[in-house]
Design a protein around this ligand. Structure first.
Ligand code: ADP
Length: 387
């Protein structure tokens, strides 16, 4: 750092200036910095450290253990003064926690290093770096949980398919009974189809999680064409189950500005479920104008969803315990992904359902005209300081 020396400044003034610059630098750091003397008494503490400690009182000259109320991974209190004094070489850990006065807990990163030799006579004290990592930790935990669920979900069908194919091979070697082979190969095929839908859902999920409004491709959607082609695509499935499918489109509807891909995927997920969870009757898909956008509904006369389940159906990997749900295969990711996609285009999804009568999912999709897109983009960008 350049020290602006004024002509004639004496060495004490230079030292004072350097101290002031160093203090300003440490105070501007995003991480908390605490320095202590050899006894563990605080000699320096920047603003970020006070923030993490949730303390606004004067700490200089007090023992570090009085203000740094550490908890270990097992939630047992740790004497921070002792911890600091026992540190012989630099240590760092992400496993400590702090408990605030309102009893809330935060995860912290803490590093402690002895400071040696600046005064030329051995150890001067210690320097601590401290940072609140609660948010990072919860993301890490969520990721670990996700990986463990996905690997479990992948393992089950692979094991079943492998078992069925081994049976097919044994049967071929033994007597070649075509009926047995046909049966086990079909079962293996079902599992592979399940794996394929799981991989599709996961890849849509990853696209949805990486996407943000700036990457959504807004286009003009002809709602009549969209619903008619959707109904056409699902006709074979609907007929296979002896169901009927209706579309009701308000004739006054014109173009909707949104993501064709996401609106289509949302409606497809809902129609797929409507068909899957309906044994008799019909599926109805409607579209009508609503203030600022279009309201779509997908209704079925199927098994319905209990009140309790309605609160969880949008959760990751949730599937109802209802035996009728379990009769058909599913990943429990469809509605989770649907909600993610809906958020990307600011759409709102609600559900109304009665057990044994059927369900109606309503989706309000806002009309993102070029002017609305520009306003949204401006909102999402960090505000520029006034010139
Ligand atoms: P899945 O792959 O199991 O269909 P989803 O995330 O699409 O996963 O749905 C989650 C759960 O919500 C389903 O397992 C089912 O219990 C319930 N569900 C969703 N849609 C319907 C519907 N139309 N009728 C009855 N239950 C439904």
């Amino acid at each position: 750092m350049d020290t602006p020396l004024t002509p004639g400044a004496n060495s004490q003034e230079v030292i004072d200036l350097e101290h002031a610059q160093l203090r300003a630098l440490i105070n501007s750091m995003g991480d908390g910095v605490i320095a202590t003397d050899q006894q563990g008494k605080i000699t320096l503490c920047n603003g970020a450290a006070l923030n993490v400690l949730d303390n606004n009182t004067e700490l200089l000259g007090t023992y570090i253990g009085n203000s740094l109320k550490l908890l270990g991974a097992d939630e047992q209190p740790i004497d921070a003064t002792r911890l600091v004094l026992d540190t012989k070489s630099q240590m760092a850990s992400r496993d400590f926690r702090l408990r605030y006065s309102d009893n809330s807990l935060v995860n912290i990163y803490l590093s402690i290093a002895p400071v040696r030799g600046s005064s030329g006579n051995g150890q001067d004290g210690y320097v601590l770096l401290i940072r609140d990592i609660t948010h990072e930790k919860s993301l890490e935990e969520e990721r670990d949980e996700f990986i463990s669920i996905v690997s479990h979900e992948l393992r089950t069908p692979v094991t079943i398919a492998e078992g069925n194919l081994s049976n097919a091979l044994i049967t071929i070697d033994r007597d070649g009974d075509i009926r047995t082979i046909d049966n086990v190969v079909h079962q293996a095929h079902d599992q592979v189809m399940f794996l394929s839908s799981l991989i599709n859902d996961l890849s849509t999920l990853s696209r949805a999680e990486n996407g943000d409004l700036q990457h959504v491709n807004f286009v003009s959607i002809n709602v009549h064409q969209l619903l008619n082609s959707l109904a056409q695509n699902y006709l074979p499935e609907v007929e296979k189950k002896n169901l009927t499918m209706h579309t009701e489109i308000d004739p006054s509807l014109e173009l909707l500005h949104s993501s064709n891909l996401y609106v289509r995927e949302i409606l497809q997920n809902l129609v797929t479920n409507a068909i899957k969870y309906t044994e008799h009757g019909m599926i109805t898909v409607t579209a009508r104008p609503a203030t600022g956008g279009v309201m779509f509904t997908v209704s079925d006369s199927g098994i319905g969803i209990s009140r309790n389940d309605q609160e969880q159906i949008f959760d990751k990997f949730f599937r109802s315990e209802d035996f009728r749900t379990r009769k058909s295969s599913g990943t429990g990711l469809g509605l989770y992904v649907t909600r993610k996609l809906a958020r990307l285009i600011d759409a709102k999804i609600t559900v109304e359902s009665t057990l044994n009568k059927g369900s109606t999912f309503s989706i309000f999709v806002p009309d993102m005209t070029p002017a609305a897109q520009a306003a949204k983009l401006a909102e999402s960008l960090p505000s520029q300081p006034a010139a």
